[in-house]
Design a protein around this ligand. Structure first.
Ligand SMILES: [Fe+2]
Ligand SMILES: [Fe+2]
Length: 356
């Protein structure tokens, strides 16, 4: 489950130098380059997306690419060296209308690649228990809707959030946090992935230790919405393929303030959801942000949220860091005294390592 798997294999024929394609993707995705012969060979590797850089100008070249595609579950994209009408009609013959021609627009290629990888990941949910599938699909639609509505200045879709969170709670009743994390870990909508790591960790944990009723509802909704303020953070900071510099960190650290502004507008929002979203970066010793709360000013739900948030960040992979194992993440968190609640961490650690 952990470690950096290949997102994309860039497949090229002998005449096509795929440098511009690879460099447009590098840093944003885990990319590997392979010759067409190697992909056609025995034991070829797998990835969510194959990008074929090939001329397709002859039937022979086209048949080789067709053979490489056949039987794969992955998504395919095509980059042609020139605007060749024979190649284009061959692709259209396969029902493929999406292709790029050199010179490529790197941002367009990345957007197409991200969408294709996400389609592949979302399709893989079909192998899960129907209750988990439903929870993932509903939470994806709900999360994307929440971000879009906030960005449009519209109120949050409270009923949709409730329904999505109910489906996450139903999934948590089945147990198996590992499979929830696995199903999300290759998704390239980073904010969705992170928020649902947090939401799932909190819900599965709370469910396993017998928390129910309003407390469970609050933890699930709090997890889904905890970083809603990130909808106001520019994408170049949010999705930066590397570590943030000091100025970018300053922008990123504004997200709890953005959450405060967004959630204050919501009439009838549970105050606990507000507290979790605004205060999950506070630390018990008072050195956190945005309000510098300390000790008893930080509620148990916020303390749990902080644990789930740090844990979810550590076990997640980014383009600039590998995922940590559950054990290594929880061991590291034991050193965060003054930041995290050690009694709650001990309970959470017991749940995760027991494979709840
Ligand atoms: Fe946050
Ligand atoms: Fe977070």
């Amino acid at each position: 489950m952990l470690g950096v798997a290949t997102d994309i294999v860039v497949v090229h024929d002998d005449a096509f130098k795929p440098g511009p394609v690879v460099s447009a993707l590098a840093g944003h995705f885990a990319v590997r380059k392979e010759g067409l012969d190697s992909v056609l060979g025995e034991g070829a590797s797998s990835a969510h997306l194959y990008i074929f850089c090939a001329s397709l100008s002859s039937d022979t070249a086209f048949r080789r690419v067709q053979k490489a595609i056949k039987g794969r579950e992955s998504e395919n994209l095509f980059v042609l060296p020139t605007h060749n009408s024979d190649a284009i009609s061959r692709l259209r013959g396969l029902g493929i209308d999406d292709f790029l021609v050199l010179p490529i627009d790197p941002a367009e290629l990345r957007a197409l690649a991200k969408a294709a990888i996400n389609r592949c990941v979302e399709r893989s949910w079909a192998t899960l228990h129907p209750t988990k599938q439903k929870a993932l699909k509903k939470s994806l639609a709900c999360f994307q809707n929440c971000f879009a509505m906030v960005q449009n200045g519209e109120p949050l879709p409270i009923e949709e959030i409730s329904a999505a969170c109910q489906s996450v709670r139903e999934a948590a009743e089945l147990g198996g946090l590992d499979s929830w994390i696995d199903a999300l870990s290759d998704h390239h909508d980073y904010s969705f992935r992170h928020s649902m790591f947090v939401c799932g960790s909190l819900t599965y944990f709370a469910n396993a230790i017998g928390i129910g009723g309003a407390d469970l509802d609050q933890l699930t909704v709090g997890g889904l919405l905890h970083d809603i303020g990130k909808s106001q953070v520019p994408l170049e900071v949010l999705d930066k393929p590397g570590k943030l510099d000091a100025g970018e960190w300053k922008i990123m650290r504004m997200h709890p303030e953005h959450s405060r502004t967004i959630l204050l507008r919501e009439k009838g929002l549970d105050p606990d959801t507000f507290d979790m979203a605004v205060h999950h970066h506070e630390k018990l010793d008072g050195t956190g942000y945005p309000d510098g709360l300390a000790g008893a000013q930080i509620s148990d739900h916020v303390r749990l949220m902080a644990i789930a948030d740090v844990y979810s960040a550590l076990i997640d992979k980014r383009s600039y860091k590998e995922a940590m194992s559950h054990e290594a993440a929880l061991d590291l968190m034991l050193k965060f005294e003054g930041h995290l609640d050690m009694d709650l961490l001990s309970a959470f650690r017991g749940f995760v390592l027991d494979k709840g």
